[in-house]
Each structure stands twice: as C-alpha cells, then as structure tokens.
Write a protein that binds this ligand. Sequence first.
Ligand code: FES
Ligand code: FES
Length: 134
Amino acid sequence: MGLYNDTVMDHFMNPRNVGEIEDADGTGVYGSPVCGDMMQVQIKVKDDIITDAKFKTFGCGSAIASSSMATTMIIGKSVEDALEVSNKKIIDELGGLPAVKVHCSVLADHAIKSAIYDYAQKNNKTYKGLEGFD
Ligand code: FES
Ligand code: FES
C-alpha cells in the first residue's frame, strides 16, 4: 500500500476549488498528449492578483490532487508569481507523486498557464513565461 502519501490522498478525497467560475477572467483547457485526459482551469484576476481559481478534470486521482493543490498555490498570488508554479513545485508541495503519475501534474501546470494566457490576451498584457502559449 502507500503509493500515495497523506497529502495527495487528502487533495484527492477532498479536492479544493473544483468547479467553474461563471464570469472568469481567464479560461484554460489542456489535454494530455500522453492519454488525452483533459483539464480546465479558470481564474479571476483583480489588480493583477489571482483572487479565485477553479478546475474541472477528466483526469485521474493524481490529476485531481495536483490541480487541487495547484489552485490553492495560485490563489492570492500575483499573475507573475503564479506563472512560477511549475509542475515540479506542485509535486514538491504534494510531498511527491509516483514517477508514472508525474505527467498528470503537467495538466494543472499547463491549464493554469493557458488560463493566464487567455487573461493576458483579453487584457492586452504580456508576461514572462507565456512564450509559445496559445
Ligand atoms: Fe490521466 Fe493522470 S490524468 S492518468
Ligand atoms: Fe493522462 Fe496521466 S494518463 S495525464
């Protein structure tokens, strides 16, 4: 037993920030090239601070735990700081994921960046770290 640690299990069993934001400032969808699993992240931004974030996913438990953790990590952060939340940092914050499940955390990372890209496009803003995104 014990493929997943207690933090991962907690975020899988009680995921934070699941759902949709009706008047979102940015929406990002990302599908894994590995398996086709999808992740949607939506954000609210005020004065360049992410005030809310919600996710929906067809992904597995690791994807759920990663996005739950990732949304808690970006809420309250400036957009620039949120862009620093890499899948490695998400995994560290979760206390580790099994190697075969690392790619699932990439869904959260990419969907967040894609939501920020959407926000940036709509507001004529540019941020470092969004190069090559669409
Ligand atoms: Fe598909 Fe994790 S999201 S296996
Ligand atoms: Fe699809 Fe893990 S198998 S993201």
